[in-house]
Design a protein around this ligand. Structure first.
Ligand code: NAP
Length: 270
C-alpha cells in the first residue's frame, strides 16, 4: 500500500494521474486542487473511489498550503510515499509569442513571468518544504515535479523554439529547485526528479486566434524536424502510463537524483 499526494488533479494530466493511481484500491491518493467542490463532483461522477481524497490548496497561497498539510496528515497517518507536483501555470497570452513581441506590453510581460514563477517555482518550493516531514516518514520517498522539454536550452536553441518564454524560464528554474532539493535530501533517501510529460492534449488550443494557430503550426513543423516520428499530442492517459514507468524504475542508486528527463526516461522530449 502506498500514499500519493498529487497537485492539480482537477483536469488534464493531473486527473489522469488520479485515475491511474487510484485504480489500485491499495493506494491512498490525495489530490490538491484550487476548487474542491467542482473537483469532488467530477471525481464522484467519473471515478467514485473511496481511496481518493480531495483537499483545497492554491500554490500561490502559502496559508492554504499550510492548512492543507493539517488536513492531509491524518488521512495518511503522517506519511507520504510519492509527491507528484503536477500543477502548473502557462498563460495563453505568452504561449505562442516570442519574448520580443510580448515585450511590446512590458508590464503585462513582467506580470506573466512573475505569475509563472509564483506558481511553478515559489509554489512548488513551499509545497516541497511543507510536505517534507511527511515525505521523510514515507517508505518510498519520491518527489516528482512535472516539468517541460521547453526548459531544455539545447532544444530551444537548436530548433529555434522562441515561444512560451515566461513558462519555459520558470520550468527551468523549477528544475534547478529540484536539483537543489535533491542535493539537500538525497542523503536522507529522498529522490527528487523532474519529468516532462511530452506533448499532451488537454484542450489547450481551443481558444487560439488566427495568428496563434499559424505560430502553433510552425511550432509543429519544428517538432517534426526534432522528432520525425512525432504524429501529434498524446492523451493524458498515455503520458501518465509512460511517466509512471519512469517514476517506478527511477532510484537514487541508479543516478536519478535531481534529474530532468522525459516520459521516455531520457532526454528525448517527444
Ligand atoms: N499538456 C502538455 O502538453 C504539457 C507539456 C509539458 C509540460 N506540461 C506540464 O504538465 C503539468 C500538467 O499540465 P496540463 O497539461 O494537465 O495542464 P492543465 O490542463 O492546464 O492543468 C493545470 C493544472 O494545474 C492547476 N493549477 C494551475 N495553477 C495552480 C495554482 N496556483 N494552484 C494549484 N493548482 C494550480 C490547475 O488547476 P485549476 O483547474 O484550478 O486551474 C490544473 O489542475 C503542468 O505542470 C504542465 O506545465 C504539460
Amino acid at each position: 500500500m502506498s500514499t500519493y499526494l498529487i497537485t492539480g488533479v482537477s483536469r488534464g494530466i493531473g486527473f489522469a494521474f488520479l485515475r491511474h493511481i487510484s485504480a489500485d484500491p491499495n493506494n491512498t491518493v490525495i489530490g490538491l486542487v484550487r476548487d474542491k467542490t467542482t473537483t469532488e463532483k467530477k471525481v464522484r461522477e467519473e471515478l467514485d473511489r473511496p481511496n481518493i481524497h480531495i483537499i483545497q490548496a492554491d500554490l500561490t497561497d502559502l496559508d492554504s498550503l499550510k492548512k492543507s498539510v493539517d488536513q492531509v496528515s491524518p488521512l495518511v497517518n503522517g506519511s507520504i510515499d510519492y509527491l507528484i507536483a503536477n500543477a502548473g501555470y502557462m498563460s495563453l497570452w505568452s504561449a505562442y509569442h516570442p519574448l520580443s513581441s510580448l515585450g511590446n506590453d512590458p508590464e503585462r510581460l513582467e506580470e506573466d513571468i512573475l505569475e509563472c514563477f509564483r506558481t511553478n517555482v515559489v509554489g512548488n518550493v513551499h509545497l516541497f518544504n511543507l510536505y517534507m516531514p511527511l515525505i521523510l516518514k514515507g517508505h518510498v520517498k519520491k518527489v516528482i515535479a512535472i516539468t517541460s522539454g521547453f526548459a531544455d536550452d539545447d532544444l530551444t536553441t537548436t530548433y529555434a523554439i522562441d515561444v512560451a518564454g515566461p513558462y519555459s524560464i520558470s520550468k527551468a528554474a523549477m528544475n534547478t529547485a529540484v536539483a537543489k532539493f535533491s542535493a539537500e535530501y538525497a542523503e536522507r533517501g529522498v529522490l527528487f526528479m523532474g519529468i516532462a510529460p511530452g506533448a499532451v492534449e488537454v484542450g489547450q488550443d481551443k481558444d487560439l486566434t488566427e495568428e496563434q494557430i499559424k505560430i502553433a503550426m510552425a511550432l509543429g513543423e519544428k517538432f517534426a524536424r526534432y522528432a520525425p516520428h512525432f504524429r501529434g499530442r498524446t492523451t493524458p492517459e498515455e503520458s501518465v502510463k509512460d511517466m509512471m514507468s519512469v517514476i517506478n524504475a527511477a532510484s537514487l542508486e541508479s543516478g536519478h537524483g535531481g534529474c530532468f528527463i522525459s516520459q521516455h526516461g531520457n532526454k528525448k522530449w517527444l
